[in-house]
Write a protein that binds this ligand. Structure first.
Ligand code: PLP
Length: 498
């Protein structure tokens, strides 16, 4: 493909993409293809000769689009959104055009410097304490990872090394090595029962135990300081060493936020700096971007006592997948755990200590130019536009919850609305129904709604209750859609309970 052909192909592809977005509601939100559908449509072998772009583009429409679930549809209400925008798509386009591995500053200074600047913009917009700024007093800063899971695995590695280093600082040589080896086998990473599985996976990768602090309906499924205290004391009584905890702002099941105040107070007492300090990470994968709104910024009040924070721009902040922003209070914690300098990487700029080499802040070596799309999104919408985006969805969540309450004969709210998410269950007629029977009915209704293809919702189990999650946070969802979603649910509920 030469540049003239590229221009024609790109214009035609952009036309296709715009048409797709303009007519997104025409698509059934979940694909109805059967497993293995694509193998039947594509040849067994790669083509020997190159094909014309028009043929390839046609196949996108005829073979790929039918197998898509339409995440940008206003009828997509499942899990959390993975929202997109045109400015972010343009960012992706430039990023791939300027493609490179960009592991060190010298690989493309603009890649590193833009990332540092836009992450400082975000830290300020989210009202994170100044210690998370690259220019902050503790030499912190932000970095873009692909996903929250990557960010959590990375900080867990840094937390492990920091803990082991500090716990054995009085030793040296072989004695220190032996002490580290012994302690490694006793380490425990913590989360709560409502923490996303990314933390358990990070513990598997890091080679440490994982334990979950129980959460309860009476506390709205939040991890509390007291729950954490009990877990830490139990583990220490068994000779184990908790070194890390994931706290959550916006849990996956119910969008609860852990009780940061009591957690900070308990850790100050049980694990103060220098005495078995426990690294506190705040996983705010979905809801963290709401900190851009003043009314949520009080949630960051304790973050100066914690160690790291991540949120996904690609979930609720109009930035196409993938883009998880991670902030640390002290960047040397990452660098000390992850820096390996080979002879081939040496350069005067790195040696000068004046530049950031982001390869030392992450697990992969090479990295994409992701900050372009963040820069384009922030500049195109402005902070006010992004606040309006979040508030619109929070308002839609409240509208949905009001509708649910208006049919208390059919539904019960299990939790929410919080950050646009409402979790509901079917109300069964006849109070004698057991929990299992109630769950079976809600599940039946959920399956019927998804099979109907008008809307797509995911389910969860909270406190033993099978429940349906409604999260209207995709870019084009409006009140009229939420009312339609509710009608679909009412119809299904009436049929299920008839
Ligand atoms: N943390 C929370 C609270 C989540 O809800 C999710 C996914 O929904 C994740 C982590 C994992 O996100 P990622 O796909 O970016 O790893």
């Amino acid at each position: 493909m030469d540049s003239k052909q590229f221009r024609e192909a790109a214009i035609s592809s952009i036309d296709d993409i715009v048409k797709y977005y303009d007519n997104i509601e025409d698509h059934k939100v979940v694909s109805s293809v059967e497993p293995g559908y694509l193998r039947k449509l594509l040849p067994d072998h790669a083509p020997e000769d190159g094909e014309a772009w028009a043929e390839i583009q046609n196949d996108v429409q005829s073979k790929i689009v039918p197998g898509l679930t339409h995440w940008q549809s206003p009828n997509f209400l499942a899990w959390f959104p993975s929202s997109s925008s045109y400015p972010a798509m343009l960012g992706e386009m430039y990023s791939t055009a300027f493609t490179g591995a960009a592991f060190n500053w010298i690989c493309s200074p603009a890649v590193t410097e833009l990332e540092t600047i836009v992450l400082d913009w975000l830290a300020k917009a989210f009202a994170l304490p100044e210690c998370y700024l690259s220019t902050g007093s503790t030499h912190g800063g932000g970095v873009i990872h692909g996903t929250a899971s990557e960010a959590i695995a990375t900080v867990m590695v840094a937390a492990r090394d920091k803990y082991l280093r500090e716990a054995t600082a009085h030793l040296s040589g072989e004695e220190q090595e032996d002490a580290i080896a012994l302690k490694r086998s006793k380490l425990v990473a913590l989360g709560s029962a409502a923490t996303h599985s990314a933390t358990k996976k990070a513990a598997m990768i890091t080679g440490v135990r994982f334990r979950a602090v129980p959460v309860h309906a009476k506390d709205e499924y939040k991890m509390t300081g007291e729950g954490l205290r009990t877990m830490i004391e139990e583990l220490r009584a068994k000779g184990l060493e908790p070194f890390y905890v994931t706290t959550t702002l916006g849990t996956t099941d119910t969008c609860s936020t852990d009780d940061f105040d009591s957690i900070a107070a308990v850790l100050e007492e049980l694990a103060p700096p220098g005495k078995g300090e426990i690294w506190v990470h705040v996983d705010a994968a979905y809801a963290g971007v709401a900190l851009i709104c003043l009314e949520y910024q009080h949630l960051a009040a304790q973050f100066h006592r914690f160690h790291s924070f991540n949120t996904n721009m690609h979930k609720w902040m109009l930035t196409n997948f993938d883009c998880s922003v991670l902030f640390v209070r002290q960047r040397s914690w990452l660098v000390e755990a992850l820096s390996v300098t080979l002879a081939i990487l040496r350069n005067d700029y790195t040696d000068s200590g004046l530049v950031t080499d982001y390869r030392d802040w992450q697990i992969p070596f090479g990295r994409r130019f992701r900050s372009l799309k963040v820069w384009f999104v922030i500049r195109s919408y402005g902070i006010k536009g992004l606040q309006a985006h979040i508030r619109k969805h929070v308002g839609l969540g409240e509208t949905f919850a009001e509708l649910v309450k208006s049919r208390s004969d059919l539904f019960e709210i299990v939790s929410g609305p919080r950050f646009a998410l409402t979790v509901i269950k079917l109300k069964t007629k006849g109070a004698a129904a057991t929990l299992e029977e109630q769950n079976a009915l809600t599940q039946k209704m959920h399956e019927a709604v998804n099979a109907g293809g008008k809307i797509f919702l995911s389910s969860t189990v909270v406190g033993g209750i099978f429940a349906i999650r409604h999260c209207p946070a995709t870019p084009f969802v409006e009140e009229q859609h939420v009312r339609k979603h509710f009608e679909v649910l009412v119809e299904a509920a009436e049929k299920t309970t008839a």
